[in-house]
Structures are given as C-alpha cells and as structure tokens.
Design a protein around this ligand. Structure first.
Ligand code: BG6
Length: 496
C-alpha cells in the first residue's frame, strides 16, 4: 500500500520506551522501505538536546537493537528524517513554538502521529495543550494520537481520562496501544483459529477442560519502581495484555477483519465475563511479592530491597486469577491467568487443556499413560503451536506415550519483527484493528476493579515467593479440581 508522507512526533523521545522500542522499530521500518517518502520524525523531550545529540543517541539505541547490526547507508537515510525539539510538557507556550515549527517551514508533512511515550498522568494535559495549539485539527492532514498503557488507573479514572480527551479527539484519532496485539504469535492465534476448521467443533465447553494464560519474567522491576509500585502486576499485565489474549482465544469469528468487527467481538467476550463479587475475591484471585532468591544462577534482591520501593510496600509482583466467560461456548470453563516478575523462566504462553476421553476402551490393557490433550500456543520466547496427543509406544505391549504435533510459526531463515514495528506502521496506514477501543479498556477495568479495590484495603500483609520460583504455592487454590495444575513447560510431560 502506498502511504502518504507523515510526521511522527514522539513525546518522551529521550526516555526508555523510545530507546528500547520506538527508535529501533522506526529504523527497521526504514530498512523494510515502509516509511513513506518524505516522512519525518520529530523527537520531543525536556532535555537540552539538539539534532546532533539526538542522532548520536539514536545511533546508540539502534546499535543495541538493529537486526544484523547497523547499516551506515541506511542509518544516514534514517537520520535525515530526525530532528529534536525541546518542549517542557507543562508549558503552554512551548506547544505554540512546537506548532510553529511543525506548520511553518514545509519541512514536516502535515499528516501527524503524536506518540505519547510519557508518564500516564500527563496524557490528558498534553492532549489539551496540543489541541489549544491547533495541532489536532485535521483540515490539512490527519492527526492521530498514540497512547501507551495504562489507560487510567481503574474504571473511574479511565472514564475520566476518556471524557477529558474526547473533548479534543474523535475516537478515530485515538490509537490505544496494547503492544501484545502487535506480536506475530498473538496475531497467529486468530489465524490459527479462524483459518483452520479442524479445531472449531471442539473449541468449546464440551471438549475443553480449562485454559491457562501465563506471562512470566525473569527480570525484576529494574529502575521502574516509581511506576510499578503504584501499578502492580494486576494493572501492569493482567488488566491489559493477558485479558487481550483471553479475548482472542475466546471470541467468536468476527464478521470481517476490519477494526470494528474485530473489536466488537472482543468486547462481547469481556462483557460476558462473570463479575467477581468483592466478597469472593480470594476465591478468584491471588497475589504475591518476590523475596530474594536465585534467578539463572545469580542471587537477586527481593522486591522490597529494589531501588525506590517503600520498605513496607505490599504491591504485588505476581497476580493470578480465575475467570468464567458466561456464554454458550464457554460457560463453566475456567480461564486461569497468571503473571509474575522474577519467576523461574521468562515466557508467555496459552495452554488449552482438553477433557479426558472415556477410558473404558483401555481398561484391561497396560495403558497407564493417558495425559489429556493439550494445545500449547507459545507466544515468546518459544514461538510454537503444539498439540499433545497420546500414541502407542512401539513394541509388543499396549503402552502409550505423549507426543506432539508441531505447527511452527517461523522457519529458520525468517526474521523476527518487533510488535512496535507492526503497530507504528498500522498508525501510518490508519488501521486501528490492533488498537484498543475505549469500551474494551472500560470492560477490562470492570473485570479487575473488585479485585483491586479489595487489595487496596487489605494492606497489612502480602504472601511472598522466592525470586526464581514459579510463584506462591497458595495460588494452587484457584484451581477447580486437584487434577488441574499450572502448566509451565511447553514440552510433553513424561508419564508417571
Ligand atoms: C509492559 C509492562 O507493558 O509489558 C512490563 O509494563 C512488562 O512490566 C512488559 O515487562 C512485557 O512485555 P514483553 O513484550 O516483554 O512481554
């Protein structure tokens, strides 16, 4: 598709997200020839940088991430698009200067995407000030606003934020990012489900016992205490990324792949989730915090010893919950979601456990190994779709073992593109299907709000788990039966 030239204006361009994700993604789009000719990138920040300093910094950002190392010719082409503007985001006059710069000299294409890679408390103020400086008005080209998560802190604050920004922006101008939707393996969940008919007849409560969605990290919170200690794992990962994964697994086939049809189906799933009553929170959710331990052979600090974490913090670094989607397809099938920092292994996966077949057929044989069928969708780092089946062991006896059918996602020579590349390109193309509509965000908050409210008042104590483990033992209690257990490995289990 031939896109018109545009200007990417990145607020918070000197910060971490820009360093680790945005600049490398834009460079890779350059590499793929996907940045329309004449497009520019205006980096906006509080620091006293000039263009030369920006380019030197961006070079470092890219050196650290570029596929196949930095290519000098390509970097020259890319850096010709870059410039820096110092803006204090609290100062209205700085936006007028910014507007002048963007409008006046014909250097910047008038289709503009504003990326707010800044602390969420500034979202509404920046949008208001951009609007006051006439920068959101679309008379000479499109204006799009990309907002990072978290969108609000809970249901009420997300509604207040929405109310405020919708004074200045139409919904079509708002691109709420959930970077999980930009991951190829996540998009593959939809392709796998809706481009193959084989699984559809069994993709429901009659054949599926339960579904697990796990995101675990070996990393701790690093230098993000200021943000993380106020957020916690439930807000940081579950309310956003993991609920999005759940919608893709549970949704009905959309009428088409256009943004509204897709998002309508996702909202239907979120709306069908059985509300968790406040008094039953403990039966549906579990939280914990890492204490010191060993990750990858190295001794690491506990959460309370991390830089800038208050010594009495009860913020959860691990959260798990059980949900039911009350519709015809899923009624009474538990969905178990969990996430944690400083866990035994970094991995994201969706594990679908099917029901056991009736066993009578094997009753008088030596068959002992009858694991249920699992379908494992590895999101990262292992990218796979694996169906575990029971087969006969070779030999004279009637013994069985578990084997798996693999539908691998990537061939050896195929490159890995980062989620942000996909999403930054979608913004240029005006495709909002992988961005969140406000009602999705709103319903996601509705689901977790009772849990957050209960946790907010119970602040005396939090269970701990040693760093490098799979989380607290007590979260086993979320399971409906003692046959269910957290599936942490993507390799077929041995028979006991
Ligand atoms: C971010 C969270 O949204 O997602 C981080 O704020 C988390 O805490 C990250 O580490 C995980 O993303 P990914 O792509 O590394 O799995």
């Amino acid at each position: 598709m031939l896109n018109e030239a545009c200007t990417y204006v990145i607020f918070g361009a000197t910060g971490n997200l820009s360093r680790v994700k945005l600049m490398p993604a834009l460079y890779h789009l350059e590499m793929e020839n996907r940045l329309p000719e004449g497009s520019k990138i205006l980096a906006v920040g509080r620091r006293d940088w000039g263009n030369d300093k920006l380019i030197a910094e961006v070079r470092e950002m890219i050196e650290a991430k570029a596929r196949g190392g930095i290519d000098e010719e390509l970097f020259k082409r890319f850096s010709a698009r870059l410039s820096y503007s110092k803006v204090n985001i609290d100062v209205a006059a700085d936006y007028l200067k910014l507007a002048q710069e963007l409008n006046d000299n014909g250097h910047y294409p008038s289709n503009m995407a504003f990326y707010l890679a800044i602390s969420p408390e500034y979202f509404a103020d920046v949008i208001e000030k951009l609007s006051n400086a006439q920068l959101l008005e679309e008379s000479s080209g499109w204006r799009r606003m990309i907002i990072e998560k978290p969108f609000g802190y809970d249901l009420e604050s997300s509604q207040a934020l929405q109310k405020r920004i919708s004074r200045y922006l139409k919904e079509e101008q708002i691109y709420r990012i959930d970077h999980y939707l930009g991951k190829g393996t996540v998009q593959n969940v939809l392709v796998f489900r809706f481009a193959n008919i084989m699984l559809e007849p069994i993709w429901n409560r009659h054949y599926i016992d339960h579904i697990q969605i796990t995101h675990s990290e070996e990393m701790g919170i690093g230098s993000r205490a200021d943000y993380y200690d106020n957020a916690g794992a439930m807000r940081d990962m579950l309310q956003s990324h993991l609920l999005q994964l759940l919608t893709l697994v549970a949704m009905e086939p959309p009428a088409s792949m256009d943004a509204e049809s897709l998002r309508d189906e996702k909202v239907k799933v979120l709306k069908s989730i059985r509300p968790i009553p406040k008094q039953a929170v403990n039966a549906y959710a579990s939280r914990a915090q890492y204490s010191e331990g060993i990750v990858n052979g190295e001794k690491v600090k506990g959460y309370l010893q991390e830089e800038n974490v208050p010594p009495d913090s009860v913020t959860e670094t691990y959260a798990a919950m059980k949900l039911y989607v009350d519709n015809w397809r899923w009624r009474d099938v538990p969905f178990y979601l969990r996430t944690g920092k400083r866990m035994a292994k970094g991995q994201s996966s969706i594990s679908i456990c099917f029901k056991q077949p009736p066993l009578q057929f094997f009753q008088d044989t030596q068959v002992q190994c009858m694991n249920p069928n699992w379908l494992l969708l590895g999101i990262q780092p292992e990218e796979c779709i694996r169906m575990e089946m029971t087969v006969k062991e070779p030999g004279l006896e009637m013994r069985t073992r578990t084997t798996s059918l693999d539908a691998s996602f990537r061939n050896k020579n195929e490159t890995h593109t980062d989620a942000y590349e996909d999403l930054l390109l979608d913004v240029i193309e005006g495709d909002r299907s992988l961005f969140l509509r406000f009602d999705e965000v709103e319903y996601a908050w509705r689901i977790v709000d009772p849990i957050l409210q209960k946790w907010a008042v119970e602040r005396d104590f939090i269970t701990t788990y040693p760093a490098g483990s799979w989380g607290p033992k007590e979260c086993q209690r979320l399971f409906e039966t003692d046959k269910q257990y957290w599936r942490s490995s993507l390799t077929a289990p041995k028979c006991n």
